[in-house]
Design a protein around this ligand. Structure first.
Ligand code: ADP
Ligand code: MG
Length: 380
């Protein structure tokens, strides 16, 4: 269905991804109503309307569906029931099916295995089920991950023995978890794809991602991998979207093993941090593409006009108050994005900057210099 500019769009979730979506939608003439349970949210503060309510609040969902023509989400933990309820009267993308599979590590892994996608060796750990004593030694050293609501490495514990595993299970409140073998990685990459209501598919250039303590630190785009591997990753991400009959923007994160093998790490049913580079380096950003899919507009050109390196800015940088941005702002080809979060906490994503360059190596060396400069400032 074509939703024309001027219409009110709904957004479930008020984080930074929602803020960037809101700005992209407003640039195309749409209005936005954000629903989020916290009063001060990055997207809620820039939206045309804001509903402060729980994602399962029936009255709030009714208001959202009355006010809006089409609704999307920036957050994977929206209850499937809420998406179904909204879909009775509105266009909703992504739908409850895709979101409910990808919001839980167990259903996501089952979906991937059933459809013959390669994943890391894993086991489901349900400590309430004492019927079988499984031998986990094949998966050690490993990472224990809660099945839902984990993000930025939260809800994860590294374990190297059965004794440590037992401690970690208790530490994670004996929730149902997934234990994955810790893989030796050559690098990590991700691919963002967008699939329209007519099945039209576009993909963004492959991003090479470096994490620190389980949190994305830097994305380098295009990834410094062979063209063949990039094509393989793009094909897999496309197949994932097709198998889910997905409508919207989706990110597939991959592990690249030392022998070049690609394993799917996880799927996000939304735009992704590793795609922020697209705002400044692509003709169409991942957020504009989300607007286009939702509104039934032609999908945009995802090509890059420059190589790019994106660096996340975490709350740690705010230890002595607002950082001095003058060095970043003086750069000729760097864009600074701040999310307007009122409180800076360690590890909290507060913003990012993207350096454009003729080559990824040029952008990378500049990005590292800027990052060091920001940190140096903290130490003096
Ligand atoms: P999150 O939902 O927090 O992003 P991930 O499962 O993607 O959780 O884990 C965060 C990061 O931790 C990954 O990007 C990777 O760097 C590292 N990691 C996670 N699982 C594994 C694994 N099985 N082997 C090696 N590294 C891993
Ligand atoms: Mg991840």
């Amino acid at each position: 269905m074509l939703v024309k500019p001027g219409a009110m769009l709904g957004l479930l979730g008020g984080g930074q991804l929602g803020r960037m979506f809101t700005k992209a939608a407003q640039r195309l003439g749409y209005q936005i109503t954000v629903l989020d349970p916290t009063a001060e949210s990055p997207a809620g503060r820039v939206a045309d309307h804001f509903i402060c309510a729980d994602y399962a609040d029936h009255h709030a969902l009714l208001k959202l569906s009355t006010d809006c023509v089409a609704i999307t989400t920036e957050f994977e933990n929206i209850p499937a029931g809420s998406l179904k309820e909204l879909a009775e009267t509105c266009v909703v993308s992504p739908d409850a099916h895709g979101v409910s599979i990808t919001q839980n590590r167990i259903s996501e892994k089952k979906f991937l295995v059933e459809n013959n996608f390669s994943v890391v060796p894993f086991a489901i750990i349900d400590s309430t089920d004492r019927r079988v004593k499984i031998n986990y030694t094949d998966l050690l050293p490993g990472i224990l991950k809660i099945s839902q609501f984990g993000y930025d490495g939260k809800g994860q514990r590294h374990v190297s023995s059965e004794a440590e595993l037992e401690v970690a299970i208790n530490d994670l409140n004996r929730e149902i978890c997934v234990l994955e073998r810790l893989m030796p990685l050559s690098c990590e990459i991700s691919v963002i794809v967008a699939r329209g209501s007519d099945g039209e598919l576009t993909s963004f250039p492959v991003s090479e991602n470096r994490h620190v303590n389980g949190i994305l630190d830097i994305s380098i785009v295009p990834a410094r991998i062979s063209g063949e591997l990039a094509q393989q990753a793009t094909d897999i991400a496309t197949q994932v979207a097709e198998k889910l009959n997905y409508q919207g923007v989706l990110c597939v994160e991959f592990f690249v093993l030392e022998d070049g093998q690609l394993l799917i790490n996880e799927i996000a049913p939304r735009p992704h941090n590793s795609g922020h580079y697209s705002i400044d380096a692509c003709f169409t950003s991942q957020f504009e593409q989300q607007v286009r899919v939702l509104c039934g507009l032609p999908l945009g050109n995802t090509g890059m006009h420059s190589a790019a390196v994106m660096v996340n800015l975490l709350g740690d940088l705010w230890q002595q108050g607002e950082p001095d941005w003058s060095h970043v702002l003086k750069q000729p080809s760097t864009k600074l994005h701040l999310y307007g979060k009122l409180e800076a906490r360690p590890d909290r994503k507060m913003g990012h900057f993207t350096v454009l360059g003729e080559t990824t190596d040029m952008a990378l060396s500049r990005a590292i210099e800027i990052k060091c400069h920001l940190k140096q400032h903290l130490e003096t």
